[in-house]
Design a protein. Structure first.
Length: 547
């Protein structure tokens, strides 16, 4: 029996896209996306969002084509909707609801019945679908400007579920969603019956995938299974590639030795032949003929060895190209160390400006996560600790140098070279020392000589993090506000590596549970979603300070 073929749903044919500036993002990409849930991954700048927009028809390829079904659903990364649009409008049901209203009022026309079609139970279906996304008793006429950004994303996804397109395209759907909204989105994706193609760096979402599509150098490689299976497959590939490099290096050395040995033997043979000709008084004509014959023979021998060396060098280059650039951040951050038990941050009857009461006593190299829904007070607490937001009452006291990595990375001067900006944060370090230290953050000379605004997302993040960690005085409390939002998986790995070497205290506001698990938390502070009426919400400390 022939194998069962999985139907293709979207096909790219020799797809190329260039920006108006002439910069090429994709060049000759050919790929076939099949049924199931496909996670599209790759480094920042690889072209993932560009590709998903080409698949959705939001962009027109410079050359090549995309075969796609007629009914396509698309949830963009930066969902911008007018605040006065109604819930019904975002759900895409406004026209049908108006037709139903006219029919119910006895004013229905023939075209109203055509608009309604089989959707006589639309309001019931909408209510059931909204409930699955956590919306109860939501007025369909309500302006979406009164909803949070996460609620609008879930609402737009609910609209896709109601429309039931043939293929659903998602571009970083969990960005800026709090934990509760993420869980609802995960549940929705599990329920979705059709094909899904999702650009994402959210490892929890990627664990739900049937296959991972990795975009790298304008080519897509498909890996069966979820994200864990993908990382295991890549690790196996890289082990094999590393072995191939070692074998190719050994072969190149052997071929070079054989070339040198052959050259030495030929030189010795030529020297002996010349001595023999001189001692035996061999006629010049005969000696010349023998010399030419030897030169031809030696040339062939030398050419063969040189060809072997060149072939070995080519195989080494091919083997090296299969090894990924997976360097990790390796830095000495001993200056950030704080002894156990040392006071870091203490609050005294602190009430944040949003009315949330906080009781915090951070000591030693503790690592605390700030968790809770969007708008519950996590960023407000951070702003209060660093002094940019005054409290409603009480006070917070910091006893060590504090540095903040904000969501928008406003750390370096965008118009100055990276090296110049970092040197302003660490004035006692000379440029050569800073170059060496920045190189350990995977920032080479070509990067640190450029203005910060010209860097890629991953480069800017590593440069900003380096600037904070290398600053004077060394930060003994580092605060991170949603650090993994908009980062590719490689940059998240670099951040995790750096934080594992950081020796001070950490406060991290994040909804990225795998990331929080990897950085070695000692505790978690959870902000209540709904404060009790008439009382300040209190922060629940699940794990407190280590003794």
């Amino acid at each position: 029996m022939p194998p069962t073929l999985t139907p293709s749903v979207v096909v790219c044919h020799d797809l190329t896209y260039s920006f108006p500036t002439g910069e090429s993002v994709l060049d000759g990409l050919t790929a076939t996306f099949t049924e199931g849930f496909t996670g599209l991954v790759g480094r920042n700048g690889a072209g993932k969002s560009t590709l998903i927009k080409l698949l959705a028809g939001e962009l027109t390829p410079t050359s090549g084509s995309v075969d796609r079904p007629d009914r396509l659903g698309y949830l963009p990364q930066d969902l911008v909707l007018a605040g006065d649009r109604t819930v019904a409008s975002v759900l895409g049901i406004e026209t049908v609801l108006r037709a139903l209203a006219r029919v119910d009022a006895g004013d229905g026309r023939l075209e109203d019945f055509e608009i309604i079609g089989d959707d006589w139970d639309l309001e019931d279906r909408v209510g059931a679908e909204l409930a699955r996304f956590g919306f109860t008793e939501l007025d369909l006429d309500r302006p979406i400007g009164t909803l949070s950004g996460g609620q609008v994303v879930l609402l737009a996804l609910a609209g896709q579920f109601l429309a039931r397109p043939d293929v659903l395209l998602l571009d970083e759907p969990t960005n800026n969603l709090d934990t509760g909204a993420r869980e609802r989105l995960y549940g929705a994706v599990r329920r979705w019956p059709g094909p899904v193609i999702a650009v994402s760096h959210d490892r929890e979402l990627l664990e739900l995938c049937d296959q991972i599509a990795e975009l790298r150098d304008s080519a897509i490689t498909f890996y069966g299974g979820n994200f864990s299976a993908y990382t295991a497959a890549v690790a196996t590939e890289q082990e094999a590639a590393a072995r191939a490099v070692r074998a190719a290096e050994a072969d190149l050395k052997r071929q070079k030795r054989e070339l040198i040995d052959a050259q030495t033997k030929m030189d010795r043979h030529n020297r002996y032949g010349k001595q023999f000709a001189e001692k035996s008084n061999m006629p010049a004509i005969l000696a010349g003929a023998m010399k030419r014959k030897a030169e031809v023979s030696q040339g062939k021998l030398r050419g063969g060895h040189e060809a072997d060396v060149e072939e070995a060098r080519k195989k080494l280059q091919e083997a090296e190209e299969r090894v990924r650039d997976d360097d990790r951040v390796r830095v000495d951050l001993s200056a950030t160390a704080v002894p156990g038990g040392r006071e870091i941050v203490i609050t005294d009857d602190l009430v944040l400006r949003n009315g949330v009461g906080v009781d915090l006593h951070l000591r030693g190299p503790e690592r605390l996560a700030l968790t809770g829904g969007n708008g519950t007070g996590k960023t407000t607490l951070i702003d209060t600790i660093v002094g940019t937001a005054p409290p409603r009452s009480g006070r917070v006291t910091s006893y060590v140098p504090v540095r903040l990595l904000p969501q928008r990375l406003q750390v370096l001067d965008p118009d100055l070279p990276v090296l110049t900006s970092v040197s302003r944060l660490a004035p006692s370090a000379d440029d050569n020392t800073l170059r060496a230290r920045l190189a350990r953050f995977l920032l080479g000379a070509d990067v640190i000589s450029r203005p910060a605004r010209t860097l890629s997302g991953g480069e800017l993040f590593r440069a900003s993090l380096a600037g904070l960690l290398l600053a004077e005085p060394a930060p003994q409390l580092l605060i991170l506000d949603e650090p993994t939002n908009n980062l590719d998986l490689d940059t998240v790995a670099a951040l995790t590596s750096a934080l594992q070497q950081y020796r001070g205290a950490l406060l991290v506001a994040s909804h990225d549970r795998p990331f929080l698990d990897e950085i070695g938390l000692t505790g978690e502070i959870t902000f209540a979603a709904e404060p009790a009426p008439g009382r300040f919400a209190r922060v629940e400390t699940l794990v407190s300070s280590t003794e």
